[in-house]
Ligand binder design. Structure first.
Ligand code: SAM
Ligand code: ZN
Length: 274
């Protein structure tokens, strides 16, 4: 399994498998949940008012991905994450992995080296069920990541968390960091209906600046774009996974629409150490 680090504040020891779970040299112990994931949350995470995405959003994304809308995105990303010529098992950390669609789609050849982290229990349970051979961790990716210095070959954040300093700490010297964020035109037709003016936002530029400031260099950028026709249920799921609180009046405007042609778009960024 993926080698994890203790998440007790200031501990930083590696975790060793024991009969009942994982233990560090300072005797901090973590049980394995019966579903098979590791709960590395700390008391402050459990009290958090924002324990990851709400169940409604997680389940809507699960149904959305099951419809195959991200297949083209997987094909686009797979060329980046290949890292040919390495004969050891590559270690991959997926920050905000959600219900676990992208892990097995991109890294099915290396379950031993893959670790997905999410703060939503519903998401991590779905992920564990989907790909039991991988390592799944319930943890807050905005705190110290449960991985040793320079130990990770691929850090991925697909519409997920971006703790920049921690990403840099964990990334091996030759490692890559792959980030995906919604593109300017993502669901623009839907957003136009809901907000009456669909704001076009370019997030990629801001992320590149932040990462460069932290010492990571953007070596390639791509935009993935795809047109799809959504049926009524898919429209509702797209809304549920995107907007926390779409007002009833706005939702009513869409409830009568049976099909809609929409653009799916993502900005993809590839980083390395400077
Ligand atoms: C938009 S979803 C993307 C999920 C997945 N990467 C995908 O593309 O399907 C964002 C995910 O980040 C998780 N998340 C939010 N805050 C988090 C945190 N502080 N630590 C870990 N995961 C978090 C949410 O629970 C959610 O599953
Ligand atoms: Zn410890």
């Amino acid at each position: 399994m993926f080698e994890l680090r203790c998440t007790v504040r200031n501990c930083q020891n590696l975790l060793n498998p024991t009969e009942t779970g994982l233990t560090c040299n300072a005797r901090h112990h973590f049980d394995r949940a019966k579903q098979g994931y590791w709960n590395l949350t700390q008391p402050q995470d459990r009290k958090s008012k924002k324990p990851g995405d709400c169940d409604e959003a997680v389940l809507a994304r699960h149904r959305w991905l099951e419809r195959g809308h991200a297949a083209g995105l997987v094909a686009e990303l797979s060329t980046w994450v290949k890292m040919d010529g390495r004969d050891t098992t590559l270690r991959t950390l997926d920050l905000g992995c959600g219900e676990g669609y992208f892990g097995p789609a991109l890294f099915s050849d290396a379950p031993d080296g893959y670790c997905g982290i999410d703060l939503s229990k519903t998401a991590i349970k779905l992920a564990t069920r989907r790909w039991p051979a991988a390592t799944w961790v319930l943890a807050n990716a905005d705190r110290e990541l449960p991985a040793a210095e320079a130990s990770v070959d691929r850090v991925v954040s697909l519409f997920g968390r971006r703790p920049i300093t921690e990403i840099k700490r964990c990334l091996s010297p030759e490692g890559i960091c792959v980030i995906a964020v919604p593109g300017e035109e993502d669901l623009i037709e839907l957003r136009e209906q809901v907000q009456q003016a669909g704001h076009r936002r370019r997030r990629g530029d801001v992320i590149v600046e932040e990462m460069e400031d932290a010492g990571l260099r953007c070596v390639e950028q791509r935009t993935w774009k795809h047109q799809v026709t959504l049926d009524h249920d898919a429209i509702q799921d797209a809304l549920a996974m995107t907007y926390r609180a779409v007002r009833h009046s706005q939702q009513a405007r869409l409830s009568s629409i049976d099909t809609m042609n929409v653009t799916l778009a993502a900005d993809l960024l590839l980083f390395r150490h400077k």
